[in-house]
Design a protein around this ligand. Structure first.
Ligand SMILES: [Mn+2]
Length: 407
């Protein structure tokens, strides 16, 4: 038995933070989630799988626009033409609210309702499979749903659990979605758990495999690195092999480089190009350059880094089919203390209370009514960028003071 475990395709993701990007790069990024779905479908056909599981968040939004919806229908029809059934559950992003009538999907698509249920499938060789799951019907599913899953039904040769959620006790913004414990999952005696919701690919248990396939396309720098799906093969003895197949067309990459005191504009540009150009570029790479120790640079160089001059020079010299550097982040040496005569613990506390999104949004306040400010600090506002800039300014201004203190 062979199937694809996919999740978090997020069709229709808006990709807002790309305003200074050339239109061809922008277009590739905006179309990337759809292209990733196409790649998933092609892999299903190429590998002649028995079925496909999509464990939540097929759409980025519970009310996808027509173009997004049609793309999904078209791709599901390609699978239908290839006689490949699809098991689909909705997650916290595309929770079912009757905005998407299930009748618009081809018949090979089996959609889970908001109660946990088991759908059965008989493969061509007679193998029987039970697939158990449910769809979200609201954005936040804080209740554990795992006890509603039945134990393995022995009328099936294999049973697979699909669950969009997070491990109980997880501490992150992804926590508290249909929480489960490993003991609960393993207690069901299923042959494989196809998880969705956490976008970072990971295996939580080896036998049976309990895993997140990760999302099919990274959508911002916090989703860096290769993204894709799992091709799962379970033989008659129940031993399972999982192969990672890439589906992404755009890869977000964080690159670090350390600058030296006295470096001029051309040296910095050369250094960046020398590090970026040799990178393998099968996918378009969207790169965030972290310039470490940037506090040692001269003030005029820092200004050229800050006003985008150096960035635009680098962008011109790199092949835009392969690389797009969208940001240079100036990082300061963390060993330098700001106002070292102050209690550093107090300083850190103050820093944390000033640089949180709520505070910064509050300060921005009515300034956001000005077009150029809302464009700069709009939807994708990243507080850490502002924090880096301020830290750099303080460390530069403060450097003299600290040097004096040393004598
Ligand atoms: Mn998701």
């Amino acid at each position: 038995m062979k199937f694809i475990h996919a999740a978090d395709i997020h069709l229709g993701s808006p990709f807002q933070g790309l305003k200074n990007t050339p239109s061809d790069v922008r277009e590739r990024v905006v179309n990337s989630t759809g292209k990733a779905m196409k790649n998933m479908v092609q892999e299903a056909i190429k590998n002649a799988v028995d079925f496909v599981c999509i464990a939540g968040d097929l759409f980025d939004n519970p009310e996808p626009d027509l173009e997004t919806l049609n793309l999904a229908i078209d791709q599901l029809e390609v699978l239908s033409d290839a006689n490949i059934p699809v098991f689909l559950s909705y997650g916290n992003h595309d929770y079912s609210n009757n905005k998407i009538p299930s009748a618009i999907f081809p018949e090979n698509v089996k959609i889970f309702g908001d109660e946990v249920e088991t759908k059965s499938l008989t493969l061509q060789d007679g193998t029987t499979v039970g697939i158990t799951g449910f769809s979200y019907n609201k954005r936040a599913e804080i209740n554990a749903r795992i006890e509603e899953y039945s134990n393995k039904n022995n009328q099936f040769d294999f049973q697979i659990g699909m669950l969009h959620g997070s491990m109980d006790g997880l501490k992150s913004s992804e926590a508290h979605y249909a929480p489960f414990t490993m003991t609960q999952l393993l207690g069901k005696n299923y042959d494989y758990w196809a998880l969705g919701h956490i976008h970072k690919r990971q295996t939580l248990n080896e036998s049976p495999i309990v895993a997140y396939s990760g999302n099919t396309q990274g959508r911002h720098i916090n989703e860096s690195g290769p993204r894709g799906i799992s091709l799962v093969t379970i033989d008659q003895q129940g031993s399972t092999a999982v192969q990672f197949l890439r589906t992404d067309v755009v890869e977000w990459v964080d690159v670090e480089m350390t600058v030296q005191k006295g470096m001029d504009l051309n040296q910095i540009i050369r250094m960046v190009i020398q590090i970026i150009e040799p990178l393998e570029a099968q996918q378009l790479k969207l790169i965030n350059i972290n310039l470490l120790d940037s506090n040692v640079l001269d003030a005029d160089i820092l200004e050229e880094l800050g006003n985008g001059l150096i960035l635009s020079q680098i962008q011109k010299q790199l092949d835009q089919n392969d690389f797009w550097i969208y940001r240079i982040s100036l990082k300061v040496n963390s060993e330098i203390q700001i106002f070292s005569e102050l209690d550093q613990e107090f300083w850190k506390k103050a820093e944390a209370s000033v640089f949180n999104e709520k505070k910064v949004q509050e300060k921005l306040g009515r300034l956001m009514e000005l077009g150029f400010i809302s464009e700069e600090y709009g939807n994708d506002f990243d507080v850490s960028v502002l924090q880096d800039q301020v830290e750099l300014m303080l460390k530069q201004r403060n450097a003299l003071g600290d040097e004096r203190n040393e004598n």
